[in-house]
Write a protein that binds this ligand. Structure first.
Ligand code: PEP
Ligand code: MG
Length: 582
């Protein structure tokens, strides 16, 4: 435990300086607030517990039934054990008893007793006991989410500036803590391209990843996080505190000021090739108005954050209002609305989309989920189509792995169009339907997919993760997770050529699109459409204006023939150095 002043260095994943007190979130333990209650509330807390258990039981029963249907009785029997855990009467009686004795909220008492019970199990050397501890914790998380844990956590604002310190955060947690006015994040693990990092950048909230930091920081201690320099100071001196206050003031409005200057640098190469630069957006944010006024299109709108930021799936009208507002804001350009890309780490705070998976990144996510949850998919498509009357909305399907998924999704789009037409509701009949190429199977069959897709967008974040078999959110494999590996670049090149041959418009929308090392290479490969984090737009436009297409096209061959990420990066860095000397 760090009790004195200490500077630690880490991976800066979201820029900016924040200062405040640590709010330490230990995995599965301190997430439930402790709230003292009056004697008159004891009964209602006990009733709330009963209700939460009933809802959990019902939920597990539904999961059991659907598992029985899809996967057979043997798999479904796993849920029987969960049902026994959820409805263990003697345990629940003890919780109710303690609510009365200690006069604390049901969630806190329930969680404390679960922790007492599972602590020994989880630290046992017997793998069976460990698994049992995890199983109990999994069930209890469901009970806690029903017990308004999610609402409780997402609505109570922190007092003073709080910096969340935890092992890692899901994007839903980052959103939720930001809603509670946390000012920054210090995570013990994660990657620069993890969804946790993406959402922190999109919210312009500083974030730093420092190995194992979560177990060393004391709750409530003073912290400075510098998400630009990659430094955190735990228990800083008063002088340092004042120095960083001054530094923070100077850095404050820099990004917004730079974005405001955007039109001054049109994204055209020095030999006259116009590059379409657009923005990746997740939520309405401070840069929306600026980007819209400058007529920048939105090349990727991650609509799943609409769900992650609320209590459930918004209904059709709520979604329509949301999409219509975006479409009207960007009326002079266009907006690519990606359908819900949920699953894997993109689950809500209470992790509620489906049964827990052992390998979720390779599991039920993106289009796979929507092709099964067709009601939710159709509702979203109806809302998007209704918002398409200006002719500036495009639909993008995430995680397409094989042609049949695209064809099925397109059939569903046609069905939704048919029902809107029959109801006399207007929409854009020619709305383009495109696909993300972000898994190797899609890149390797892009020549065929490109024939059925109206446009293609390469997602380099996932393409890297799946090509390198390295989790984008795991700092332990961060050196392997490298988008500059020749294998990733070959798949990108293959997709570009496939689209050129099919005459299908192509853009790149992963984080790499705004990377100054990658940009000349992409332009050399013939890419003329790049969608990136708004924070990268200013520098990218400036860089594009210095690039000579006829020169960078000769970079492609030597770069692709490199044997390693290091080799690729060295060649690209040499080019960049030469460019900067110009
Ligand atoms: C990608 O994978 O590159 C992408 C743009 O999608 P996301 O980052 O939302 O997974
Ligand atoms: Mg992706």
């Amino acid at each position: 435990m760090i009790t004195r002043r200490k500077t630690v260095m880490g991976v800066a994943v979201s820029a900016g300086i924040v200062m405040g007190r640590a709010q330490v979130v230990l995995p599965g333990y301190t997430k439930v607030a402790e709230v003292p209650i009056t004697t008159s509330r004891i009964k209602s807390e006990q009733r709330a517990l009963d209700r939460a258990v009933e809802e959990t039981v019902q939920e597990i029963e539904e999961l059991r039934d659907s598992a029985a249907q899809r996967l057979g009785a043997q798999v479904a029997s796993v849920f029987e054990a969960q049902l026994l855990i959820a409805s263990d009467k003697s345990f629940l009686d003890e919780v109710k008893n303690r609510i009365g004795i200690f006069r604390r909220n049901a969630g806190f008492v329930y969680n404390s007793l679960v922790q007492e019970t599972t602590h020994k199990l989880k630290h046992s050397v017997d793998p069976y006991m460990q698994a049992m501890g995890e199983e109990i914790e999994g069930v209890s998380n469901r009970v806690l989410s029903h017990l308004s844990g999610y609402r409780e956590r997402s609505t109570v604002r922190f007092k003073g500036d709080r910096i969340m310190v935890g092992k890692s955060f899901t994007p839903g947690e980052v959103l939720s803590y930001r809603n509670r006015k946390a000012v920054g994040f210090l995570a013990g693990e994660g990657g620069a391209n993890s969804h946790m990092a993406l959402i922190a950048r999109s919210l312009m909230t500083p974030m730093l990843i420092v190995d194992d930091i979560w177990s060393q920081v004391q709750n409530n201690c003073r912290i400075i996080v510098d998400g630009t320099d990659g430094r955190a100071i735990i228990n800083p001196s008063d002088e340092e505190w004042s120095e960083y206050q001054r530094k923070k003031k100077r850095q404050g409005p820099a990004l917004l000021t730079r974005i405001k200057k955007l039109t001054k640098i049109p994204p055209t190469t020095s030999d006259g090739r116009v590059i379409n630069v657009s923005a990746n957006l997740e939520l309405p944010g401070p840069v929306d108005d600026i980007l819209a006024a400058q007529k920048f299109p939105v090349g990727l709108y991650r609509t799943e954050f609409l769900y992650l930021n609320s209590d459930g799936f918004p209904d059709e009208d709520q979604q329509f209002e949301y999409y219509d507002r975006i479409a009207s804001k960007y009326e002079d350009s266009y907006v690519v609305l990606r359908t819900f890309d949920l699953g894997s780490d993109k689950v809500r705070f209470d992790g509620d989309i489906g049964p827990r998976e052992t390998n979720p990144a390779l599991g039920w996510r993106g289009i796979r989920l929507m092709l099964e949850m067709t009601d939710i998919f159709k509702t979203q498509l109806r809302a998007i189509l209704r918002a398409s009357t200006r002719g500036n909305v495009r639909i993008l399907l995430p995680m397409i792995t094989e042609l049949e998924e695209l064809q099925k999704a397109r059939r569903i789009v046609s069905q939704v169009k048919f029902s809107l037409r029959r109801a006399g509701i207007r929409f854009d009949e020619d709305i383009p339907v495109g696909i993300m190429v972000e898994v190797p199977s899609a890149a390797l069959t892009a020549h065929r997919l490109a024939l059925d897709a109206d446009f293609v967008s390469i997602g380099t974040n996932d393409l890297t993760q799946y090509t390198m078999s390295a989790d984008r959110g795991n700092s332990r494999v961060m050196s392997l997770y490298n988008s500059f590996h020749p294998s990733v670049l070959s798949l990108i090149q293959m997709t570009i050529v496939a689209c050129q041959q099919a005459g299908t418009p192509l853009s790149i929308c992963g984080e790499m699109a705004g990377d100054p090392l990658a940009l000349p290479l992409f332009i050399g490969m013939g890419v003329s459409d790049l969608s990136m984090n708004p924070a990268k737009i200013f520098d990218s436009c400036r860089l594009i204006s210095k690039i000579d297409f006829n020169l960078v096209k000769h970079l492609v061959g030597p770069v692709l023939s490199s044997h390693s990420s290091a080799g690729v990066m060295r060649k690209l860095q040499n080019y960049r150095n030469a460019l900067e000397k110009k």
